[in-house]
Each structure stands twice: as C-alpha cells, then as structure tokens.
Design a protein around this ligand. Structure first.
Ligand SMILES: [Fe+2]
Length: 601
C-alpha cells in the first residue's frame, strides 16, 4: 500500500529521531533494561490512542530513561506513521504513556517501544470510527482476583479474530495480598498462585507492586496487546466497598484514607493506559466518553471516589436500630424493652461475643428501610448524575443510535429474591456451615430481613432514590441506553424498568475473569434461577461461570454472547458460549425486548 502524505511526514520525523541503525542517537543506554510488563494501549479516539509500557531497569535505577515509541500500519514496522521519544523515571514507576495522535479513524495499528537497544513486544491497537458504522465488537470484562484463578478469559480475549476494543469495568486488581490469610488464598494455595506483595495493598509502593504482579501475567499481557482498553476502576482497585470518605476495608491503623486513595489512584494512572484527566477536573473523576461514529456514545462512569455516599452499615447505630428479642417462644419472639438487658445483649452482639440465651438480636427492618431510602443518597454522586444526564442528551441530540453506559455495580433490582426459601432449610444449613466465619453474621441477617430489603448494601438496591433518578434520566433521554455492569461476578441480562413498569434501559452484567460469586461462596450453588425467577427486571442470571461478555453493536440491534471458561483452576481450558441474546429495536426505534438466541440442545 502506498504511504499517504501524512504517513510520509510522520516517517520523516521518525527518521530524524532514529539513527541509521534504528537506535536513537544519544540513547546508548549503558543501563540494562527489560520490558517485562508488556505493552498496552487504551482510551482510543478517532485520531489518537494512548500507548503504554513499563521499562524495568536492572540493578540501580537511573535518574531517568529515554524511551522511543513508534506506531505503524504493519507489524513489521515498514510503514511507520508516527515516532517519538519520551522520558520516564522512578517518579512514574518507570511506566511510559504516550498519546499517539495524527492517526486515521477505524484503523488498526501496530506499536512498540525501544530503550537503548532493547525492543518491546509489539501490540495491536485500533482507532475509533467516524460517520456511519456497520458494527463494533467489544469484549467486556471485570473482576480479576489474581489468587482465585488463571487469567484464561484474558487469554481468550487475546485470541479473538475480531475485536475493536476491550471495556474493563473495574476490580482490575484487588487489594488483598498473597499471604495464606488473605481473601482468595484458599484457592491460591491450591493452584500455586499468589499475588505480591503478600500483604494487603495500602501504600503507593504496595499498589505499584500489585500492578507489576498482575502485568507479569502473560495472559493479561496478551489481552492488552490485542486491542485498546477502556478501563474504569471499582472498589477493589483501592479497597473493598469504598466511597468518598472511606471504605469498609480501610481501618485507621492503615493510615489516612486520603493517602491510601491518592496512592491507589496514582498507581492506576501509572499502570493503566488511560488518558490523564483534563486540566481542572478532579483526579479521581475518570468518567469520560467515547464516540463510535454515529453508532454509539460510550459513557464511562466513576462510582466510588467522586460522590458515592457511604454504604449503610448494620453495625453503625446511627444507621439502624437493633431489636433484642426474647426467643423463649421461638415462634413468638417478644421485643425486649428493658434497657439493662438491651445494653448487655447488644454489647455482646456488637463485640462479636455470644449473645446470651434466650435472646437474639435483629436489625429493625423499618430503621433499615429509612436509612437506605434517604433521598439524597447517591451512587455516582450528584455532580456525575448531572454530567451523565447531559452526556445522554448530547448523544441523542447528535443522532447517536446507542448510549452505552460503562457502570460497575449491577443496577437491576434484586430485592425479593429469598435465598433462604430458595435453598430450603437443609440447603440453607449446608451453605451456612461451609461459608467462612466472616460471612456468617451477614448470612444470619439474610435469614431474618424481609425480602423487600437488599441483601447487601453496596449495590443500587441500597440507594433506591439514586436508582429512581436514573430511571427518570434514562426514560427522558429518548435514546437507546444500555448499561454494562461488572462487580457481581455473575452474568446478568436485565431489562431496567421504572416504577410504572416501563422499560428505561437494558443491562448486561458481565461475570468475573476469576473472582468468586455469591453462588461460589455458598458452596457452588447456582443462584441464577432464584434471581431470574423472583426479580422482574432479571431476564437471565448465572453465578458459576467465569469469563467475559462479547458485545456486537449494529445500528439495528445489539448482540451479547456470554463467553464461559470451562475452568480457571488450571491453564488448559475450553471456551464455550453460555448464552447469546439479541436486543432489537422496536418500531419507534427504542430498545425492544431481549431475545434468547441460544441454540437449544
Ligand atoms: Fe469484583
């Protein structure tokens, strides 16, 4: 193929930078280096893409390292489009990020880096399309706990013939370490897979080491090398159940919350191929949009550190009231009002001591209802809700056919699913007996809380006012909103409806790459039918498959293939298509009802 004028100009600039040998003049690095964390690209636009690598200096780290980059039309780098030089240092953990501009829309490129005479692996990337677009194919992934499995799903993504981009919805890394007592290490010890550092990540050095550990994984490297990624974080990229002012898994003994948050955010920006935030925007606000020509706008949402309100905490007396019940007649528990008995029993319960017979403590359901229903509570934060509303309107006004919202926590209502009833008394006792002791108090609550209350407090069900505002926003957008969610470690195909039962959006929840679902934690129970059977918004749910979703978007419909891995406990696996669904458009051009395309056996 003939080079066009712009390509020739790019090559000429490159020729000035590189000597005849191809090694840049003045970069005779005596320093030995390697590219052991691979390469990556991300945040593609129609004319540019972020290129990423990390240089590992061997021995004493130098003050700085000069790194060359080049992006070409071919993997042999005979048709180089752009070249450049950049510096990195310990201040950026020797990571390299380049915004390679001047590219053509909807075009595949190869890229690589060079430091001294060491050349990196070659990556493939692709710019976004403009104008009319026939289709876009994206893999949607989330939740890769290093210890609970091999990254077979990432390897599978790397092997896809057709792939335009990868969307990662968070929990790319987890804070838990590789010591035997850390979450997931019961499996990690069995399969010989432990993340470093061994302890929970708290400091900048910890988070950097955690990313380096993950990015040493060859399957993850291969998936990054395959296509550009668009990534948002979720809680575990900092720590479990975080919100603006703290996290369930952050204790005062671990230092200040602000320091920990800043450390995790800095490491994320160093190691993830994300464009730096625009000037004046808070560093934690990684919400951003991508245009797929006239086909769609992708709106990526931040749901933790910009404006999320604290999760309701059952142990927090300012959130809920605990009732003390006299269980002398087990079928007729009597409410205890004596302050002295209440004090003794509640003190025992809240300090983890056995509750004296014949008493039992239970959360007062009405107080919990009140706590979660406060109208000002928000998942995204009010400023981001407003921003999302504006982005939806802008996209629809520009004639984009789809509005794809990159979300984290599954939005569909899952209240009404009675796990205790579903399992039956025997199944419930079995599940209770085999879960980790940390999960038992939570399971106990499940047993006693009425079904209209959420079974966990980090999800949208525990922020009903925020969900109502979302419904109104989605309904009034006039577009075709589709919410893509992660976090739950299960597959979901949902139709989101407002209080009047009108469909306002479709939702696809993607399963985890490796992390265990609630069904796994309860001893390998398939809870999917419970949710699809009792929650009107849930069309399909499946808890026991690890994998990812493959989304194919066309002007007329969206196809979703739920891709499963036969195992993540060993590196050999078979891929299978668990289910395929199609989301058509109705006569008015709005989203229709999901169609199950899965062939019947
Ligand atoms: Fe997760």
């Amino acid at each position: 193929m003939k080079l066009d004028r712009r390509e020739v100009m790019g090559a000429a600039v490159g020729a000035m930078l590189l000597g005849a040998s191809g090694v840049p003049a003045g970069a005779k690095a005596a320093q030995k280096v390697s590219f052991r964390h691979g390469i990556a690209s991300g945040d593609p636009l129609h004319d540019r893409v972020i290129l990423w690598t990390r240089v590992t200096p061997e021995g004493d780290p130098p003050q700085s390292l000069q790194v060359e980059w080049e992006i070409a039309k071919d993997a042999d780098f005979r048709r180089v489009i752009r070249r450049g030089t950049t510096l990195t240092s310990g201040a950026a953990d020797f990571t390299v990020k380049v915004d390679a501009a001047g590219l053509k829309p909807d075009t595949e490129y190869a890229y690589r880096f060079r430091c001294g005479d060491v050349v990196s692996p070659v990556g493939r990337t692709k710019t976004l399309p403009v104008g009319n677009v026939d289709n876009v194919v994206m893999a949607v992934a989330s939740c890769s706990l290093f210890s609970t499995g091999f990254f077979n799903a990432y390897r599978d993504i790397a092997s896809l013939d057709r792939l335009d981009l990868v969307m990662h919805l968070g929990d790319y890394t987890y804070e838990y370490g590789g010591a035997p007592d850390q979450l997931g290490m019961s499996i990690g010890q069995q399969i010989g897979r432990a993340p470093t550092p061994a302890h929970e990540a708290v400091t900048l050095a910890d988070y950097r080491e955690r990313y380096a550990c993950y990015r040493s994984d060859e399957d993850l490297q291969a998936a990054h090398a395959r296509a550009p990624w668009i990534v948002v974080w979720d809680d575990h990229d900092t720590t479990n159940d975080d919100w603006v002012g703290g996290a369930q898994n952050h204790q005062p003994s671990e230092g200040s919350w602000e320091d920990r948050k800043a450390a995790s955010v800095q490491a994320f920006f160093e190691w993830i191929p994300i464009r730096p935030p625009e000037a004046g925007k808070p560093r934690v606000d990684i919400s951003r949009t991508f245009e797929l020509g006239n086909l769609a706008t992708i709106i990526m949402m931040e749901n933790r550190l910009v404006g999320r309100d604290r999760q309701v905490d059952l142990r927090n007396p300012t959130d809920v009231t605990w009732n003390v019940l006299d269980m002398t007649g087990p079928d007729q528990p009597a409410l205890v009002t004596d302050p002295a008995i209440r004090k003794d029993v509640l003190t025992a319960a809240l300090t983890g001591k056995p509750v004296p017979a014949p008493y039992e403590v239970r959360v007062d359901p009405e107080s919990l209802r009140k706590a979660i229903s406060r109208p000002d509570r928000s998942v995204y934060g009010h400023s981001l809700e407003e921003w999302l509303s504006g982005q939806l309107r802008t996209s629809v006004a520009a004639g984009k056919k789809w509005q794809i919202i990159g979300n984290q926590v599954v939005m569909a209502r899952t209240t009404g699913a009675d796990i205790v009833d579903f399992l039956g008394p025997e199944g419930w006792q079995k599940a209770y007996a085999q879960v980790t002791p940390q999960l038992r108090p939570w399971l106990k609550q499940l047993e006693t809380l009425p079904d209209d209350l959420p079974f966990e407090f980090d999800g949208w069900d525990a922020y009903p006012a925020a969900r109502s505002r979302m419904d109104a926003m989605l309904a009034s957008s006039g577009g075709r909103p589709v919410v893509l969610s992660g976090d739950s470690h299960a597959f979901w195909v949902n139709s989101l409806t407002d209080a009047q039962g009108r469909q306002v959006a479709a939702e696809v929840g993607t399963t985890s790459i490796t992390s265990s679902s609630l069904g796994n934690m309860l001893g390998g129970l398939e809870l999917g039918p419970l949710f699809s059977g009792s929650c009107p918004e849930v069309r399909f749910c499946q808890h026991l498959t690890r994998g990812y979703s493959l989304v194919t978007l066309t002007p007329d419909d969206m196809r979703v293939d739920l891709i499963g891995m036969s195992t993540v406990l060993q590196r050999d696996y078979q891929r299978f298509v668990l289910k395929s669904f199609r989301l058509p458009t109705d006569a008015e051009g709005h989203i229709g009802q999901w169609e199950d395309l899965t062939p019947t056996a």
